[in-house]
Design a protein around this ligand. Structure first.
Ligand code: CA
Ligand code: CA
Length: 167
């Protein structure tokens, strides 16, 4: 009897997640806005370390909670990094450190390959919200969408946590 009740509860939960009250769609609103696979002097994390970083940008007018979203450099393992309680503020930015260090929720257990690879943000349903596939990266030069949310270019003057302009 208990088993049957549990099955009914699971089915109801699945229906709700696909219903009209589902979480807001991130694609087209949340962007991987800037990526730096090789950082020696551009932007330091709160511990003073020049680690690999990416910047998310929220083009929307409301704060966006990333609970259930994941980040990965490997399409075979999209759930490498869980974004948990992180929030991208409305019209704002969130810098994430790919440093393989245990330094907080905005630090992740993998780094970017400066010789080229990819980085993608996944929605809770596993779909890709945004991604960048990049070639060899120049040290302290970022791949950045200019203007914010626009097309990728390279920026010798990067802007972690601030609007992209390459200057
Ligand atoms: Ca660090
Ligand atoms: Ca920026």
């Amino acid at each position: 009897m208990r088993f049957a009740v549990a099955l009914v509860a699971l089915a109801a939960c699945g229906e709700n997640s696909a219903g009209p009250d589902a979480a807001p769609v991130a694609a087209g609103t949340i962007f991987i806005n800037e990526v730096m696979p090789s950082n020696t002097a551009a932007c330091a994390d709160p511990f003073g370390e020049f680690d690999d970083w990416i910047e998310l940008y929220n083009a929307g007018d409301t704060d966006f909670a990333l609970d259930g979203y994941t980040l990965s450099d490997d399409p075979i393992a999209p759930a490498k990094g869980a974004l948990e309680t992180l929030v991208v503020p409305a019209q704002g930015y969130k810098v994430l450190w790919l440093d393989d260090q245990v330094e907080g929720l905005d630090h992740f257990a993998f780094k970017l390959d400066a010789s080229g690879e990819q980085i993608a943000l996944y929605a809770p349903d596993g779909s890709i919200v945004d991604q960048l596939i990049f070639g060899e990266a120049t040290t302290d030069v970022s791949f950045a969408r200019v203007p914010d949310g626009g097309a990728f270019t390279t920026c010798a003057v990067s802007s972690c946590g601030a609007t992209n302009g390459c200057e």
